[in-house]
Design a binder for this molecule. Structure first.
Ligand code: FRU
Length: 443
């Protein structure tokens, strides 16, 4: 990649970087960006609950923690007999652990009590090899009788892990309200005009180059009504997703100050979900998940993982593969997975997601509600999807294979050769063989 490839990015509306309509209009399925079809796992490891958004316990440097040989993850969960579409209303964060990165066990709900009516996605930090911090979204006002959609960013401190007799994660936890939207850089609920506003999905990141400590989150940029943003197109203005960011001046995981957003997509997309960064080859890869139905009028996208790359954490970010599309589902199973999270493993980037409505190809996911409840249940995965393998090189990415459902290799574990690698090796062996026979014959 040359430095020139960074000149194509246009600034965002409030952020230094933007995901423009021109860039997003290039979104199309390609061999490099379409995941293979996923089939249901042979057995559901955690059958009692639906599992969706998932994140790993990570060290400050971003590597996945291994606590006395255990990998640890956190997921949003709901009882498995609940209609999947209702799960967001009762989401509970549970902890899972594994000693081999394949077989996972349920350590139970993380909190007895937490802020909000229910808890949405987040991230988790294992600090100094001993303290567990869980960042999450408090969704809904605690005292409201009805379900509400206010969102605040919360950090829970006080967690410790004990492995003397199996595995337990326990408190006592203290819940700290960390951030709420300021109405200037980040839209408040009362300013929002279109689909549900967002202020959620906190994700901890320490910059390996500068040592600065950041919290990324999903948000929206306020767009004044009647303004000439998007050439005054009011319908487009309603799609104002951003990747928000706050900085901790001291590195304290519980003290944050809001800053200008990292990137926004005003006029392009409403929801830049679960933003996170993978630092690789001296570059910052910013990933988000988004939906087909959250693209602004006139644009067509997919339920997919999208990504951007920059030379510094603050950017400017440019979309990967030109349009931003990194990984999507095949056309005949467009909702088979969602809520992707990328992480480095050796030279590769791996991507976990959850197994969503794997057997549904309607034009929009909301149409699933027209099927019988039994069919909605049957077609929903509610567990982790197969892990994708991604080759990331400069501004380009390529899906190069997959691992199993819930397969999150342990640190240093080498991965099996990809299909591409096996074919290359077989061809090389055949060429060597042919050359030997040729030379052999000529002697
Ligand atoms: C993505 C998401 C997150 C949110 C959660 C709620 O799957 O929309 O942004 O935290 O689901 O269930």
């Amino acid at each position: 990649m040359t430095d020139d490839s960074f000149n194509g990015g246009s600034p965002g509306f409030r952020a230094r970087s933007g995901w423009t309509r021109a860039q997003a209009s290039g979104i199309e399925r390609t061999d490099e960006t379409v995941a293979p079809i996923f089939y249901p796992p042979e057995n559901d490891q955690i059958p009692d609950v639906h599992i969706w958004d998932t994140w790993f316990l990570r060290n400050r440097d971003g590597t996945l923690a291994e606590v006395d040989g255990y990998r640890v993850c956190f997921s949003l969960t709901a009882p498995a007999d609940l209609l999947p579409g209702k799960r967001h209303d009762v989401a509970t964060i549970r902890c899972f652990y594994s000693s081999d990165g394949r077989n996972w066990h349920d350590a139970g709900p993380v909190f007895e009590e937490a802020l909000g009516q229910r808890q949405w996605a987040g991230s988790a930090l294992y600090d100094d090899d001993e303290s567990v911090y869980v960042f999450y979204t408090a969704a809904g006002e605690d005292d409201a009788e009805e379900l509400t959609y206010a969102q605040r960013i919360v950090g829970a401190s006080g967690g410790t892990i004990d492995t003397d007799d199996g595995f337990t994660l326990s408190g006592p936890w203290t819940h700290h309200e960390l951030l709420s939207p300021d109405g200037e850089r980040y839209e408040r609920e009362d300013q929002s005009r279109g689909m549900i506003y967002t202020f959620r999905d906190p994700w901890f990141f320490e910059d390996p180059e500068t040592g600065e400590t950041w919290l990324l989150f999903e948000a929206n940029s306020p767009v004044p009504e009647g303004s000439d943003v998007c050439d005054g197109d009011a319908a487009q203005q309603e799609f104002n997703g951003s990747v928000g960011v706050a900085r901790s001046p001291t590195g304290d995981p519980l003290k944050w100050e809001l800053e200008e957003p990292l990137l926004d997509a005003v006029g392009t997309n409403q929801e830049l979900e679960r933003p996170h960064v993978v630092y690789k080859d001296g570059r910052y890869y910013l990933f988000i998940s988004s939906h087909l139905h959250t693209f602004a009028p006139g644009l067509e996208g997919f339920d997919a993982l999208y990504g951007f790359v920059a030379e510094t954490f603050r950017g400017e970010y440019v979309p990967l593969n030109g349009s931003g599309l990194v990984a999507t589902n095949p056309e005949n199973a467009p909702f088979q997975s969602y809520s992707w999270m990328a992480f480095a493993h050796g030279d590769e980037v791996l991507v976990q997601s959850f197994f969503n409505y794997f057997d549904f190809a309607g034009p929009v996911l909301d149409d699933i509600a027209h099927l019988s409840e039994a069919e909605q249940m049957r077609r929903f995965g509610g567990t982790l999807a197969p892990t994708l393998r991604l080759d990331v090189d400069g501004t380009r990415t390529r899906i190069v294979g997959k691992l199993g459902h819930w397969e999150i290799p342990m640190a240093g574990e080498s991965l099996p050769p990809t299909d591409e690698e096996l074919i290359r090796r077989a061809r090389e062996a055949a060429d060597a063989d042919a050359s030997e026979r040729y030379h052999g014959g000529s002697e």
